[in-house]
Design a binder for this molecule. Structure first.
Ligand SMILES: Cc1ncc(COP(=O)(O)O)c(C=O)c1O
Ligand SMILES: N[C@@H](CCOP(=O)(O)O)C(=O)O
Length: 421
């Protein structure tokens, strides 16, 4: 089955388990979902997706469960290892909306999840599947947020966790989280992509269960971001957004949102033309997806030299590109890169609306501003920007972008005198 936006319904193969199976996105080979551990296709090594024989519409989600698990009908299990993830705010930002010049702008702030990033939506599902598979050690490579979420959900699920981080390139808040939640932290003398290569090898040797976004079950939880955005726009504007702009690193969210919308099209809940355009934003110093989109390529070129202040998206080899590139192309979206200075300016813009985000998150707003200035995004559009992680994840970046504390004497007169200057 291809990754096109088609209304064709998948038919369950014999190895489906309760209407759920895994399917290779390249050769179409199918696998029973929980019989063995696999992350990629046995036949051609391409990425796998979870498939369902009964696809729900938005109405099917009304009122049941909480957060991510309100969408259990579109997930591979009925319940997960949960810390109440999902149901994040969809903020209005009137000043920013005017300033950028749009009909409507909303910020879906994923920093309001339990560990402060969207990764929780994936982990609640991924760790539950790990339980189902009977594994006892979980592992990931991480620029920080995945490790924080894995550590928290793993410890709640009673499993050992191992995280591989690029030494010196992970923000302080994220290391603190992984550490306190009890992960074993290995600092690798290499970048994120090198860490992921190692974790894939460890997982391949059966040393641990891999919970990066290469794991098809994890992305199922992340689909719920898209469903919540659609429901929020339908409630407030009686229509779905024209565009969703999101930061891109390993391209898991781009793949997950596209899958959520594809499934709604297959369920007959959304027409092809209604699907929001997906716009990926990367930092200039780590922009292999942007390069591929600009060149109309079907594959990304791995960037070995990468650098950006937005350490969460300091990634040169987005593993989900084979799922995400069709998502951008089929929805009529695009990809754009922004400078670190543009990212910091957008971080300040969001802070001015009371929304605290880490640098990578602000890339979405920086990219939207640029596309609006270039006329690619038009004034009459309704747009959702995804902000992926909380400000406190990277306190050093926040302090550098904000104002300096002013030393004053410990008495009122001295404070008043200081305030006059
Ligand atoms: C805060 C933050 N924003 C954005 C991303 C990129 O998301 P994705 O890998 O799904 O493209 C990540 C991690 O990759 C992240 O931690
Ligand atoms: N930003 C990510 C990078 C890893 O992405 P994943 O979605 O494949 O786990 C992180 O927080 O580590």
């Amino acid at each position: 089955m291809s990754l096109s936006l088609s209304a064709d319904q998948p038919a369950a193969p014999a190895d489906a388990d309760d209407g759920v199976w895994l399917e290779c996105i390249a050769c179409g080979e199918t696998f029973a979902p929980f019989a063995d551990i696999r992350y990629t296709c046995d036949e051609c090594e391409s990425l796998l997706e979870v498939r369902y024989d009964d696809l729900p519409t938005l109405e099917d989600f009304a009122g049941e469960g909480q957060g991510v698990w309100r969408y259990a009908d579109t997930l591979p299990l009925d319940a997960g290892v949960s810390i109440q993830e999902g149901a994040t705010p969809l903020y209005d930002v009137p000043d920013l909306e005017d300033d950028i010049g749009l009909e409507a702008l909303r910020i879906k702030h994923e920093g309001m999840n339990p560990t402060g990033s969207f990764k929780d939506r994936g982990m609640t599902v991924g760790v539950a599947v790990a339980n189902e598979l009977g594994v006892d050690r979980l592992a990931c490579a991480s620029t920080g947020n995945t490790s924080a979420a894995l550590a928290a959900y793993g410890s709640r699920g009673g499993m050992e966790t191992l995280v591989l981080l690029p030494a010196g390139k992970v923000a302080a808040g994220k290391i603190a989280q992984a550490s306190l939640h009890g992960a074993r932290i290995l600092e690798v003398d290499g970048n994120f992509d090198a860490c992921l290569d190692i974790v894939q090898e460890l997982a391949g040797q059966g040393e641990a269960y891999l919970l990066n976004s290469l794991n098809p079950f994890r992305l199922e939880g992340q689909k719920t971001i898209g469903l919540e955005i659609l429901e929020g726009f339908l409630a407030d504007y009686d229509t779905v957004p024209d565009r969703i702009v999101l930061p891109v690193g390993n391209a898991g969210n781009t793949a997950a949102l596209y899958k959520a919308f594809r499934e709604l099209v297959q369920a007959g809940a959304l027409s092809r033309d209604e699907v929001p355009k997906l716009v990926g934003v990367q930092a200039e110093g780590a922009a292999p997806m942007v390069e591929a989109v600009e060149n109309g390529a079907d594959e990304v070129r791995r960037w070995d030299e990468i650098e950006t202040r937005a350490t969460a998206i300091r990634i040169g080899n987005p593993v989900n590109a084979p799922k995400a590139l069709p998502g951008i192309r089929e929805t009529g979206g695009t990809a754009i890169s922004v400078t670190d200075e543009e990212i910091t300016a957008a971080q300040r813009d969001l802070a001015g609306e009371g929304i605290g985000v880490e640098p990578a998150s602000a890339a979405s707003v920086a990219g939207l501003r640029k596309l609006r200035a270039e006329g690619v995004v038009t004034e009459d559009e309704r747009v959702a920007c995804l902000t992926t992680g909380h400000l406190l994840k990277d306190p050093d970046a926040a302090a550098a972008a904000g104002s300096e504390p002013e030393p004053v004497p410990a008495e009122t007169a001295g404070v008043l005198e200081h305030l006059e200057h």
